[in-house]
Design a protein around this ligand. Sequence first.
Ligand code: PEP
Ligand code: MN
Length: 338
Amino acid sequence: MVIVFKKDATPEEIRAVEDKIRSLGYTPHEIVGIERKIVGAVGDERFKEQLQALETMAGVETTISILKPYKLASREFKREDTVVPVDGIPVGGKRITLIAGPCSVESKEQICATAQLVKDAGADFLRGGAFKPRSSPYSFQGLEEEGLKLLAEAKRQTGLPIVTEVMNPREVELVARYADVLQVGARNVQNFSLLKELGNVHKPILLKRGMMITIKEYLMSAEYVLSAGNKKIILCERGIRTIETMTRNTLDINAIPVLKKESHLPVLVDPSHATGHWDLVAAMSCASIAAGADGLMIEVHPDPANALSDGPQSLKPKKFAALVEQLKPLAALMGKSL
Ligand code: PEP
Ligand code: MN
């Protein structure tokens, strides 16, 4: 339920409504919009009739029932695009965000050299996995805390904020100590214990779409984090499983405008995991920006042939720099800056 206040509602009237929401066993979520003052009441669906009574309270203009299964993530709840600020960098809105770096953190030299090169090319964030969700238990699993320390060193040298994955509720606190943005990978997008835990974190969450989940289910996962209290969510389409085998996944370009229509959250695209081939990354990056994406997450490695993970889909730093140049006029065409 969304409670829309009159333009001249007083802070006391708003507080009284919020207290009432709490007394009914719901949690109030305030939205500071430019157009309207809004409070969302979310909680157990079974008792929603009781919320109707709020319509008669002082200062309330109207109440709107959100029929979609995702509430806080929906456009109905918040009409304006959400911009998630990270270390002073706004993600969403009129800017294209670029996150770049290797699939995995491998060594100090590798991560620091890559960080400097992607920064010089125009990246806003450094990515790199320290905890890696590998399909095989015999594949490189990541450097874990040592990897986080190397990311911190790369940040110290370049100033680039860090995006890195957290796989386990037990490691949230550790990863949050080093990361500026905590990534939830495709395989964990429906790990509801992890999502609930991330609701208590004060840092932004980059929530990747699962390879086998619908857009509706994806937004429900975002709802888990939002309803648990963390409003700083960045979505990321990274390709889904289809009948096609020529590419690692199929980039669901449809998902970009659908997510923008259904939700106010920023939407990034990862063309590296979506295609699995470095030579397809530029085309799908352009397609993503043209479809309205708010940014890209791209794997870049100084020596892809010897990468410990995802070498075949990683761009060399020079190719990444060329891609950024290619994207600039496209971003401008979309009314955005890069
Ligand atoms: C990654 O970004 O390194 C990754 C493992 O991606 P995904 O979870 O989308 O497969
Ligand atoms: Mn990868």
